[in-house]
Design a protein around this ligand. Structure first.
Ligand code: ADP
Ligand code: ASP
Ligand code: MG
Length: 513
């Protein structure tokens, strides 16, 4: 199978990141070179704003940052809230309005409790309560509409899913104000212009830049801290869109690019980008510095710590992105920079993601143009990990896609190969069980053949079967397909094999000399 192409530079990407005009670039360099007014974007994820105690940490981090820099804050919904909202929407559309109402009632209470714990009774708190009530009413109204129509359009789902960020931005801004900071909650519909691809909208950076400069620059000049909703954008007509699940990271870098920020910090619940997901490999350790391309590869192949598109907006302007732990701000975390530190051709991190096989059976599935046609049909659907696999037999073509798009990908393939199917030159398009992709990531894996040999030997030794291995099309990663139940064991084993737990000291040694 072929590995996915190297992450594209923003300039080559299919997304609407138009190159910044020369005068913007010059202004950007000048503003970043000005030591007095650096602009810092701070993004806080769901667990970081998960309850009142967590939000207290966040308020301390913002207050301290605001003393040194101009700060733009981006917040996610409180942990779990987006899932709850989406499930309320699905319940309503399926006619289960009672369940939707119960979810809304719980969410109302949860937010009210947090507001009560963080903000003393005051006019500001009354205003916040009113704002939250309006937002919940909007959500329930949309759910009622979905229930009456027995339909949930992607546009309605985005509006409902966005409520969590709209609530948390208001909450955090009011709590900051209660601690004496001048701030303003802003819904990113005013700032981030996107296309109408609901659920995974693509930003247009040039319009976004104009909106941000007009809306945020004056506030920043007056020392006001904007507290912006993550995850959200709007079409040029003003209809709300979302950027995809986990998209608040992306919001932060879009705003950073649009405002020529000097850096972005993504505050989360782990000490940076680790050598593996610490939930799966407890001995994983923090990588002090990593390149844009390595971090993009990790995110693309399943590391949830970053939304896969996060680095696209900052690639053109080389804005560094830090990943830090809001629960342990004393740790410096990971710096993601254009080139990272040299990993001397070594494996730097390992990740896993779910995958599903789609097989085209029949002689027309193995003609030379079949792979490129299949790729074109499926790539229009997703940015998720997918690779094409070598056929097991002479009359099969295999494709690996994310389970999230399997059904749609199979449909796209049936449409693309409709003629061959009708003429029975392709017998069928079948969907296999869910498998796992395990990916080793590093910069310039020069000795890829050796890494591949060691990987296969280590897995074979533990009787872990490699179902397919990616052919190298990038020197930055090596992917293989294993059974889902073998993924965690493979991860742990390869983490040991490549001594990733020792990476920190090696990296520090490189830095010291
Ligand atoms: P947030 O709510 O802050 O956006 P996420 O849950 O989206 O946070 O991402 C953080 C989680 O990403 C961590 O708790 C961790 O389990 C997971 N993760 C997966 N791979 C990695 C990795 N290589 N390094 C760090 N965290 C990882
Ligand atoms: N709240 C959104 C989600 O859960 C966006 C984010 O957290 O980044 O997907
Ligand atoms: Mg996240």
């Amino acid at each position: 199978m072929h590995s996915k192409p190297k992450p594209r530079k923003a300039a080559e990407s299919a997304f609407n990141f138009l190159p910044a005009p020369a005068h913007h670039r010059a202004a950007q360099k000048a503003s970043r070179a000005t030591p007095h007014r650096p602009l810092h974007v701070l993004k806080f994820g769901g667990t970081s704003v998960g309850d009142a105690a967590c939000i207290e940490n966040v308020l301390r981090i913002i207050s301290s940052a605001a003393q040194k820099t101009q700060a733009v804050v981006v917040v996610s919904a409180m942990a779990g809230v987006t899932n709850q909202l989406m499930s309320a929407a699905a319940c309503a559309a399926a006619g289960n309005t009672a369940q939707a109402a119960t979810i809304f009632q719980e969410l109302r209470l949860q937010h009210q409790r947090v507001a009560g714990a963080l903000i003393p009774a005051s006019a500001d708190r009354r205003q916040l309560t009113h704002r939250m009530r309006t937002l919940f009413n909007e959500g329930e109204y949309l759910c009622q509409a979905a229930s009456l129509a027995h339909e949930l359009t992607p546009q309605m789902l985005d509006s409902i899913a966005s409520l969590g960020e709209r609530l948390s931005a208001s909450l955090v801004a009011t709590a900051l104000a209660a601690r004496g900071l001048t701030c303003e909650a802003i819904t990113a519909t005013e700032l981030i212009a996107t296309d109408a691809n609901y659920g995974a909208a693509n930003p247009c950076i040039e319009i976004t830049r104009q909106l941000c400069q007009a809306r945020l620059a004056p506030s920043l000049r007056h020392g006001i801290i904007p507290v912006v909703t993550g995850f959200i954008g709007a079409t040029p007509e003003g209809t709300l869109t979302t950027l995809g699940r986990g998209g608040s990271d992306y919001s932060a870098t879009i705003l950073a690019a649009a405002l020529d920020a000097s850096e972005v910090t993504i505050w989360t619940d782990v000490n940076g980008v680790l050598t593996a997901d610490p939930r799966l490999v407890p001995e994983a350790c923090t990588i002090p510095e990593i390149s844009y391309s390595e971090a993009s590869d990790l995110a693309h192949f399943g590391a949830k710590v970053l939304h896969p598109k996060t680095l696209q907006p900052v690639m053109q302007s080389d804005i560094p992105v830090w990943i830090r732990n809001s629960f342990a701000p004393e740790n410096s975390g990971t710096r993601i920079s254009p080139t990272g530190t040299a990993s001397r051709g070594q494996v730097k991190a390992i990740t896993t993601s779910e995958a599903q096989l789609i097989t085209l059976h029949g002689p027309a599935a193995v003609v030379p143009e079949a792979p490129s046609r299949a790729k074109a049909a499926v790539s229009a659907l997703c940015d998720g990990p997918w690779v094409t696999a070598k056929p097991h037999s002479r009359s099969e073509f295999l494709m690996v896609v994310s389970p999230a798009i399997t059904e749609r990908a199979a449909l796209a393939l049936r449409v693309e190969f409709a003629e061959e199917l009708a003429e029975q030159r392709i017998d069928r398009v079948s969907i296999g069980s869910v498998l796992a992709i395990v990916t080793l990531v590093g910069q310039a894996l020069h000795n890829l053949a050796e890494i591949r040999r060691r990987t296969l030997a280590a897995l074979h030794h533990r009787q872990i079967k490699v179902l397919a291995i990616a052919e190298q099309s990038s020197d930055g990663n090596l992917s293989m397909l294993v059974a889902q139940q073998d993924a965690n064991a493979a991860l742990t084993l390869l983490h040991q094999e490549f001594q990733l737990g020792e990476l920190v000291s090696e990296e520090l040694a490189v830095k010291t000399f």
